[in-house]
Design a protein around this ligand. Structure first.
Ligand SMILES: Cc1ncc(C[n+]2csc(CCOP(=O)(O)OP(=O)(O)O)c2C)c(N)n1
Ligand SMILES: [Mg+2]
Length: 403
């Protein structure tokens, strides 16, 4: 269904389409379908079967992606998936307090992450392990957060990758403000301009912070790409509970372009994000990208998706797997042979083994750490609290020693 066919409220005097501005039952159903299928307005460069689809608009943005570059994108996705599965397993073994799986969203994250340049800044939510990987953040650094022994210690300026945000949608405000700063400091205007990308989910689009971020970015022409991973679910709430029209179409109401890309197509995500970033670098931002994808695992390791969705939905999406289609394309085009796939699998196994080794030997932080990084400089009240807490803990040590 194209965007033109989707139901919109008629303008005054536009005709008797529906009674008193209300959609007919058929129109409501059509609108719902538009939110649960990609639709014909989906940008796609690689089909689920691994066929290359040509796009006059977006092919130029991936003209440099030869067989070797495609191999690299494949490797990224395999490694990120392996890291995700390993971390998930380690949570089950009691090594992590919780894990937030990205299974199924590898293409959206690797494609958009690889579209960024070193000077760009990303503002993630909590599922963006694949983007973190493309920004050079050590995957091991993520484990501490989910063991609840760390608050995210990477150098976010060096990596151009902000700390994770758990408060839904809040990072969109941070990103809009950061991008306004890029604009005010004159870092926008040509090919070398800077830009910001912020990541959020379909559920987050119902959050006030996201709306406010859209408004601020729009009226200041801030160079920010709003990258919405529509994975069809916000915990147990389906997208039909977030919107009556495809999410990318919301951009129009704020006055900037919106586009829907196949979020399971790494080439498509790379091309569309490069395009959007280029718009931003030249001062034509913001842009909303809706990456149409699917959360193949639970919301987190505390969630049981079998309680709210049917397994045939998952089976359907398995056929659209982001990694399998690249593998099929690489093999069919002769860009890669079995030795390459075996070598990538072996590399992913080594990656996973290192993660395990690190996680099982991760030292617990000292109890005083909770007081660190609260203020940039010392604070008398906090100093007093630290002292009291440490002497309280020391009391236990004495008691233990005394018995
Ligand atoms: C402000 C706020 N409200 C509620 C929550 C609880 N919560 C955590 S994840 C989530 C769903 C988010 O769904 P979506 O935006 O689609 O992202 P996804 O988890 O699917 O990637 C909710 C409601 C929260 N973290 N922050
Ligand atoms: Mg979601």
């Amino acid at each position: 269904m194209s965007s033109d066919e989707q139901w919109t409220r008629p303008e005054p005097g536009e005709g008797p389409a529906v009674v008193a501005g209300q959609p007919s039952p058929e129109q409501v159903i059509a609108g719902l379908r538009a939110t649960s299928e990609g639709g014909s307005d989906l940008t796609q460069l690689l089909t689920p079967e691994g066929q290359r689809v040509h796009s006059p608009q977006f092919d130029p943005y991936v003209a440099d992606i030869d067989g070797k570059a495609l191999q690299d994108l494949y490797r990224d996705m395999v490694i990120v998936r392996r890291g995700d599965r390993e971390a998930n397993a380690m949570q089950r073994q009691g090594q992590l307090g919780i894990w937030v799986p990205l299974l199924g969203q590898e293409a959206a994250q690797v494609g958009s992450g690889r579209a960024m340049k070193p000077g760009d800044m990303a503002f993630p939510s909590y599922r963006e392990h694949g983007v973190a990987y493309t920004r050079g953040v050590d995957f091991r650094e993520l484990l501490g957060i989910f063991r609840c022994s760390d608050q995210g210690g990477w150098d976010f300026k060096k990596h151009g990758f902000h700390p994770y945000t758990i408060v839904i949608g809040n990072q969109v405000l941070n990103a809009a403000g950061y991008a306004m700063g890029q604009k005010f400091e004159g870092k926008v205007g040509d090919e070398d301009g800077q830009a910001t990308v912020t990541y959020f989910g379909d559920g987050a689009t119902s959050q006030g912070d996201v709306h406010e971020g859209f408004v601020w970015a729009a009226v200041y022409d801030a160079p920010v790409v709003f990258f919405c991973q529509n994975n069809q679910w916000a915990i147990s709430e389906p997208t039909e509970r977030q919107s009556r029209l495809p999410l990318y179409q919301r951009a129009r109401g704020y006055g900037f372009p919106g586009i829907r890309v196949d979020g399971n197509d790494v080439l498509g995500c790379l091309a569309v994000t490069r395009w959007a970033l280029e718009e931003c670098r030249h001062g034509n931002g913001p842009v909303l990208i809706e990456a149409f994808t699917y959360r193949m695992d639970a919301h987190t390791t505390t969630d049981d998706p079998t309680r709210y969705r049917l397994s045939d939905e998952l089976e359907e999406w398995k056929l659209k797997d982001p990694i399998e289609r690249v593998r099929a394309y690489l093999a069919r085009s002769g860009f890669a042979d079995q030795a390459f796939f075996d070598e990538v699998d072996a590399e992913a196994d080594r990656f996973a083994a290192e993660l395990r080794d690190y996680c099982f030997n991760m030292p617990d932080p000292p109890p005083s750490r909770i007081f660190d990084n609260v203020y940039a400089e010392g604070n008398p009240l906090l100093d007093k609290q630290r002292e009291e807490y440490l002497s309280y803990l020391a009391g236990f040590a004495e008691t233990a020693g005394g018995h």
